[in-house]
Design a protein around this ligand. Structure first.
Ligand code: ADP
Length: 597
């Protein structure tokens, strides 16, 4: 395809070429004509000169032909022309080039007719004998009564033709040079016209290929400049619109990315069109692997696929709760809503997935807790009731009566402890009690803790030891801290045989980076805890050995209260234990608490 520029250049060059050829032809014509006129004038002058200077003789004379032929040859040589003498009858009496005797009458020749009429005749005629164009000029000449006739001169026009040919050759060279210059100029002109258009086309193409930064750089105010500006404005507006669309997309994407619920959209064809990170996480799939694929690809989630299938085939809203078993067992709430576009036609179905395992677990724990509490309360009440009934039945032996009353007293004590532990725990769990932080001087704190439990220890002959830095403080809720250590220490005493040892070690852990912490270790040389029970001892009502606990009067709530209180202090609780050697509980608390606000 020829470009506009090439076409324009070609047209300009053809026009220039044509003009130059026409001008050349016209000039050649003018040149030739003026040359011939000059030649004619010269020849007329020569005829005039001849008519004055030649020594004419009578044409009737017998030697006339010889004489005039000789003269004609001599003069012809001199003036480099053919010379012809013709008498008034039109007979040739002398010719420089031909024998007059074989020449026909010349009276009817055009130049002679014209010479008769106007005094000077001229004509250009092709001479077949000489094979060239000849210019004939004739004039009537009368010299007294000696000569009456015509002198005719003729010259070959070959020199003019040759001159013209040479002229044409020079002109052709010049024409070529001019043409080359014209070509260059017209190319530049065409370029200056089409270059800006080409620039605009290039920019428009880049915009089509989504390169919205492309702009036309033109410093022009004409139509082309305006076209450039219009293209730039169009690119601006496209860019703005695109940015708005991208911003919207980003917003929607970040909403999807940050949702804690899973989003799964299935399109009309049953393919997965959208899946957000939460859903990927819940279903343990990667978006790259499932996007654009059929929802049936997720067959490992059998229950989910069933619900999806129902929603997709019926195109109705769906609200279901199902247990999924892959990758782990969990309870899922699945809500599906069909999506319609503005015209109301079906576009797919959007599913919201919520992992409600934690809520269900909590609900289960609640009811389990209620069941446990009722069970725990029932046992001491049954004992109190049983022994009271026996006493009412009329037991008289004073020793038995006393021992029964002692049991009733112990059981009601246990009941009391149980109720106050349950109350504590429910208060702590419902986070109703605020933390009341203050600096606690640890060595004096432990002295007061030991005072509380020292009678208990003495009863079992257990030695209490402390290893606490003198001037160590910690920021804590003192009452709750006390509850933690009284629980841990009474467990240690309870689950240690007579004559054992219970030890408290407090250490200040100074960290280079991060916060300082304080580590408390409560260790005993008691019964220890079997490995299999270790992970569960912090659960409510969990007791390693019911019998062992009953003797100790434990409720199974102590350690879960401790765990909660340590959590409230932003600390860690861990346990190490070996059966029949002893247990060691470690509490690590931050040195300073982070205060809100
Ligand atoms: P309890 O009121 O029965 O002591 P806890 O929640 O305090 O309940 O403790 C849970 C169980 O952990 C106890 O029943 C006991 O078997 C075991 N346990 C706790 N502390 C110790 C310890 N220091 N040594 C051995 N076993 C312990």
């Amino acid at each position: 395809m020829k470009s506009f520029r090439t076409r324009l250049t070609l047209i300009l060059m053809i026009m220039i070429g044509l003009t130059m050829i026409v001008a050349g032809v016209a000039m050649a014509k003018v040149f030739k004509n003026s040359h011939i006129i000059v030649l004619e004038e010269n020849m007329a002058r020569e005829i005039k000169l001849l008519s004055r200077t030649l020594d004419f003789q009578s044409t009737e004379n017998e030697e006339a032909i010889t004489y005039y032929t000789k003269e004609a040859q001599e003069i012809g040589k001199l003036i480099d022309s053919r010379v012809t003498f013709i008498n008034s009858n039109g007979d040739v009496v002398g010719d420089s080039e031909k024998d007059p005797l074989i020449m026909d009458n010349h009276l009817k020749r055009e130049e002679i007719i014209e010479a008769n009429r106007s005094g000077l005749g001229h004509i250009i005629r092709y001479s077949s004998s000489l094979d060239q164009n000849m210019l004939y000029v004739a004039a009537p000449v009368t010299v007294g009564n000696v000569f009456d006739g015509y002198i005719r001169l003729s010259v070959s026009l070959r020199s003019i033709d040759e001159g013209l040919e040479r002229g044409w050759a020079t002109m052709a060279v010049w024409l070529l040079i001019l043409f080359a210059i014209a070509a260059l100029v017209s190319y530049r002109m065409a370029t200056s016209l089409t270059l800006p258009l080409e620039k605009i086309i290039k920019v428009a193409r880049r915009i089509t290929q989504l390169d919205y930064d492309a702009r036309v750089q033109l410093e022009r105010h004409d139509e082309v400049g305006q076209l450039g500006k219009a293209i730039n404005a169009m690119a601006d507006s496209l860019q703005n619109q695109l940015k708005r669309i991208r911003d919207n997309e980003d917003l929607i994407q970040s909403v999807l990315d940050n949702m804690t619920s899973g989003i799964l959209m299935i399109d009309v064809k049953g393919n997965i069109a959208v899946i957000n990170p939460a859903a990927e996480d819940m279903l343990k799939v990667k978006s790259e692997q499932v996007l654009g694929k059929s929802y049936l690809e997720m067959k490992q989630h059998y229950e989910l696929s069933k619900v999806l299938k129902e929603g997709i085939s019926l195109r109705v809203a769906i609200h279901e709760e199902r247990s999924l078993y892959y990758p782990e067992e969990k309870m899922m709430r699945i809500d599906g809503v069909p999506m319609l576009d503005e015209q109301g036609s079906y576009k797919g179905i959007l599913f919201l997935l919520q992992d409600i395992s934690a809520i269900r677990r909590l609900e289960n724990m609640r009811s389990e807790f209620v069941a446990n509490v009722s069970h725990e309360l029932k046992t001491p009440i049954a004992a109190v009731k049983g022994f009271a009934e026996t006493l009412l039945g009329g037991v008289t032996d004073e020793k038995t009566v006393r021992s029964f009353l002692q049991i009733i007293y112990d059981e009601s004590e246990r009941l009391n402890r149980l109720i106050s532990d349950i109350l504590d725990l429910s208060k702590i769990e419902s986070k109703r009690i605020p933390m009341d932080y203050s600096p606690v001087h640890l060595s004096s704190f432990f002295i007061s803790v030991m005072e509380t439990i020292t009678t208990m220890a003495k009863k079992k002959g257990i030695s209490l030891q402390m290893e606490i830095p003198d001037e160590l403080f910690i920021e804590a809720d003192e009452d709750k801290l006390k509850q933690i250590f009284i629980n841990l220490l009474s467990n240690a005493i309870n689950y240690t045989q007579e004559g054992g040892r219970v030890k408290v070690i407090v250490r200040h852990l100074e960290h280079d980076q991060g916060e300082d912490r304080v580590q408390f270790t409560v260790s005993d040389t008691g019964l220890g805890i079997p490995k299999k029970d270790l992970p569960r001892i912090f659960e409510r009502f969990y007791r390693v050995d019911k019998a062992r606990s009953r003797v100790s009067g434990g409720t199974g709530l102590g350690l879960s209260i401790v765990k909660h209180l340590v959590d409230m202090h932003n600390g860690y609780l861990s346990v190490e234990s070996e059966l029949n050697i002893g247990s060691s509980f470690t509490v690590e608390l931050p040195f300073l608490q982070e205060h809100e606000g």
